[in-house]
Design a protein. Structure first.
Length: 87
């Protein structure tokens, strides 16, 4: 996670404001979301295996929220930012 945050800082430091920076920030943010999705998915599996139904329910809800955040970032990138950055 530290490496992902350093990468995000590098994007901010090495790019000018604008669509290219925005695309980089979205890409870095999606990497973080994917890390979180993997983590919560694993924790959900552990909770289910241990019969921790309350924890499993909460972790499943959090996993769904992380997936939604990733979907929104992807939608913004594909429908707005990436096309402008490519120009």
């Amino acid at each position: 996670m530290t490496g992902l945050l350093k990468e995000s800082d590098s994007i901010l430091e090495e790019t000018d404001q604008g669509a290219v920076r925005d695309a980089g920030i979205i890409a870095a943010s999606q990497k973080i979301e994917h890390y979180e999705i993997a983590t919560y998915g694993t924790l959900c599996a552990f909770a289910k295996a241990l019969g921790e139904n309350d924890a499993s329910k909460l972790l499943t809800q959090t996993l769904a929220e992380e997936k939604e955040a990733d979907w929104l970032l992807n939608d913004i990138a594909l429908n707005l930012v990436n096309n402008v950055a490519a120009e």
